[in-house]
Design a protein around this ligand. Sequence first.
Ligand code: 5AD
Ligand code: FES
Length: 351
Amino acid sequence: MDLKAKDLLEKLKIEHSLSTDEYEYLLANRDEELMDLAAGYAREFQKQHYGNKVYIRGLIEFTNFCRNDCIYCGIRRDNMNCERYRLSAQTIIDCANQGYELGFRTIVLQGGEDYTYSDDMLCDIISAIKSSHEDMVITLSIGERSKESYQKYYDAGARRYLLRHETANPELYRKLHPAEMSWHNRMECLKNLKEIGYQTGAGFMVESPGQTSYDLAMDLKFIEEFKPDMCGIGPFISHKDTPFANENSGTLDTTLFCLSLIRMIYPEVLLPATTALGTINPKGRELGILAGANVVMPNLSPTDVRRMYTLYDNKICTGEEAAECLGCLGSRMESIGYKIVTDPGNRAGFN
Ligand code: 5AD
Ligand code: FES
């Protein structure tokens, strides 16, 4: 193990802060021993704040129409091979009810940026779910909208919002997105969400095309400074119908190491072991939990549309990650010493 890297890790454990150069040094000098050490420290913080609990969120992917054209994404506007669908308000509400029956107390309404769903329509859906299940926490993940719209959803009862920043480097952002998309606007949205009072989730892709270890270090620094309540990260995975079809996908090890560092940077953070992690490795989500993650998000979308929400190739959607299979997920978590719990799972210390 590189001794300087070890010292930096010890410093991070105590101070929860490093310079961007120091994060880069850690990323560039990781070996198996350093990863194990980081994962051990990450689990200490995870245990301290969350015990052996793993929180579950039911993910409802309600539309794959998207006005955006992110270069990496399988449901980008220009992908003519993508079979599109939209769920009706009633189907979304039915899905949420089903989730409640299954034991979920948090659902995530996720979709492409699809303005067919007006503010009024979204607010009606949120209110309808809240009126039948007061204790259901509603998380939105529907991209960039105005602060006024975000406020309306909050007033209707939504309390969490996921909006990955994708990369903290504006120059890399420009290479991953078409010219009409703005890194500054995305950052502004994140700030607005926090100001309104949402538990706010940021996050990034690991080893996206062109990403350097300094870029990744910038993401870690951003997490340290912005302190999102939640942080969703996963490896970039190529999609055959995008301009990045032939790019290499991100690796399990870099993603696991980033998870451990994020837990050490912000011990209270809600950190999912994501579907992308479960896609690149059959044990990806268990390994994610062992690296410091404490959330999993089973798929609760109607089964007939699941295969259409293909952000990247081979996205898992019909196996044990599905919401109907909570039993299997539970046993998987038990096999590594954790247990899934149904309480809403706020970020430790959030009030
Ligand atoms: N590989 C990995 N993650 C992806 N996302 C979109 N496309 C890909 C891909 N090809 C992620 C983005 C987005 C989230 C919904 O899915 O980070 O924010
Ligand atoms: Fe932007 Fe899918 S089009 S993430």
